[in-house]
Structure formats: C-alpha cells, structure tokens
Design a binder for this molecule. Structure first.
Ligand code: ASP
Length: 339
C-alpha cells in the first residue's frame, strides 16, 4: 500500500521536482562529518583509531576517548605514564572529557593509572562530580576497576629527569612536543630540557554530535601538585553542541588565564570559523600578557557543527591532524602569530 511519504515523493518526481530533491541531498553530503582533529604529530596515530570508530557509526565520545588511549600507551610518548615526571620524579597525569550533552569529567594529579582519560570518563558517568584530584582520583579509579601501575619512570623520562636534576632549572622550551614526535619511535630530548606534552582530540560524529578529550602528563619537572589547563573544563577543553568544540595545548597557565577553549567556542558562536576563533583567542592572550608570552607556546584546535576543523598557534611549530572524508588524516602545520 503506498504510504503518504511515497505518494508525495512520487508526485514530486512526476512534477519535475527532482532537482530540488537532489539538491537537498547534496547539501547534507557537503557537510563534512564525521571528522576528527587532534593536536601534534601524535594525533595522526590517535586519529586512526578515532576514525575507525567514527566511520563505523560510533559516537564522538567513544572515538575521542579511544583515540587518545592510543597515545596514553605509546612507549616513547610524553603523554601518560611514559611522560616526564614532576620535580620530585613522580609522573602525575591530568585529563578531561566532555560530550554533546554538556556532561563532563576530569582528573588531575593522578598517579600510577595508565588511562587517565577513561578515569575522567568514569568520573563523568559514575560520580556526581566533574573533577577528582590526586589521591581521591586514584581511589576512585581503583574502586572502578582500574589497576595500579608501578611507580616507575620510562627509560627516556628517567634520562631526562637525571639530566634535569643537574641544574633543576624550570625553563620550558617552545615546541618540544613537536621535536619529540618527529621521529618514530619519537625521541625525547636527552639534555633534560623541559617538556610539555598533550593530546587533545575533538570529533563530530555521524549523528552530528560533538565531543572532545584532552590528556597530558603536564609540563615536565613541574612543581609537585601543579595542575595545568588540560583537566579544567573551559580551559583545556570545551564542547557546546550548538556550536562546536575547542581544545588547547602549550603552556597551561596561559590558557587558563583566558579560559581558552571556552573563549574559542564563544567566538565561533559569534560567527567566526574555527581557525579565526583560535586566532582571536591567541590575540586575546597576547593582549593580556604581551611580553610575558616570550619563550612560551600556546595553541588551539577547534571544530564547528559544519565539520570545519582547524587550529592556530602563538608561534611557529604547532601541528594538528585532521581525518575526514575530505582530509584523510592530514598533518597540518598550523598558522601562527609569531615566527
Ligand atoms: N597544556 C599542558 C599543560 O600545561 C601541556 C601541553 O600542552 O603540552 O599541562
């Protein structure tokens, strides 16, 4: 029996309305989703996993969690337990996750757990809170089935830490992340220079929902107890399903001062493209801090609801990776403000 819908579409065809039908289909196709974007060269490997999930109809939340799990476990990477320790020689991890409904969870200064991003997700889904820190975060992780790893530095981190101990100077070096990931397996700097390293990932799924994740071992040789921007919702990561999502990397203190990721999302809400919004947020930091940003790097990535994904950095050297039907896991050198 012909349904009403079938009848209308057959009538439309008969009335020569095919071009209209075809046009509305192509508008849908032109929107670029699913899409995933993530920070730095390591994003290429993380995107592979995220894309596998997204292209199989999984949610952006699952894709952005599973994608960064890859990086958290990479042996020669500075994210996760293989990252550089704090000045006491202990690795402490920060992570956050946020979905299209405004649900979010984060952990800070978490020790001896391999996947802080999954603990952040458990905080979001299984606790009444948004953020757990330190010992409490670890207790929560253990109570939710995560296991305790040995308190032990990777051989690269141990080498870096020993070198750092020679001067014990806190002197972050711009774009160390990039150098760290250029080779495969990526080399850490051997001279004990500071290291800051993060993977942030944003995705728009086939349901046209946005989610994001951010995970880091933070700034190498940081003060004990230091928390960066990555686990702070609105600084290291922000998602608003009406507009899109943004995430940050670089010197967390500078990102926190401008509530960076929230700012980028609000700038997109005002009509800016992801790249223009990221650039405007960088300009805001420059206006606020001027010379105090000397020798520092910050960078943002963003995605909007049309599936446009891009980034922008304070300085040269930031890369991000985009995977979509249009850009098949492309590593892009971000535009920047200063050489
Ligand atoms: N934003 C991170 C932090 O300040 C570090 C990084 O992006 O590499 O902890």
């Amino acid at each position: 029996m012909p349904t009403r819908r079938k009848f209308i579409s057959q009538t439309a065809l008969a009335a020569g309305m095919l071009p209209f039908v075809a046009k509305s289909l192509s508008i849908k196709k032109a929107a670029n989703f699913p899409v995933v974007i993530s920070t730095w060269d390591a994003g290429i490997r993380a995107n592979l996993k995220a894309w596998e999930l997204l292209s199989n109809g999984k949610t952006a939340l699952d894709a952005t969690e599973q994608g960064v799990l890859i990086t958290e476990s990479e042996m020669n990477c500075c994210v996760g337990l293989n990252g550089n320790p704090d000045r006491e020689g202990i690795v402490t991890l920060d992570a956050s996750i946020m979905n299209h409904l405004g649900d979010c969870g984060s952990v800070a200064a978490l020790e001896r757990i391999e996947h802080p991003i999954s603990v952040a997700r458990a905080v979001m889904e299984k606790s009444p809170h948004v953020m757990l820190v330190g010992e409490g975060a670890q207790q929560f992780a253990l109570a939710n089935g995560f296991s305790l790893k040995p308190q032990q530095l990777s051989s690269d981190a141990e080498k870096s830490y020993k070198n750092w101990l020679k001067t014990s100077e806190y002197k972050p070096i711009i774009n160390i992340e990039n150098q760290g990931h250029k080779t495969n397996p990526p080399n850490k700097l051997e001279n004990g220079q500071f290291n800051h390293d993060t993977i942030a990932m944003l995705a728009l799924d086939s349901f046209e929902n946005v989610s994001g994740s951010c995970t880091t071992s933070g700034m190498g040789f940081k003060y004990r107890g230091r928390v960066g921007d990555s686990p702070i919702i609105g600084s290291g990561l922000f998602v608003d399903n009406e507009v899109g999502a943004a995430a940050a990397t670089g010197h967390g203190e500078e990102v926190i001062r401008i509530a960076g990721s929230h700012l980028v999302v609000e700038l997109m809400r005002q009509g800016k493209s992801p790249e223009a919004a990221c650039r405007a947020a960088i300009e805001r930091a420059i206006k606020l801090r001027g010379d105090k940003l000397k020798d520092k790097q910050i960078a943002f990535i963003a995605v909007n609801k049309n599936g446009e994904a891009s980034g922008y950095a304070l300085r040269k050297g930031f890369t991000f990776a985009v995977y979509s039907h249009l850009q098949k896991n492309e590593l892009i050198n971000a535009k920047y403000f200063y050489e």
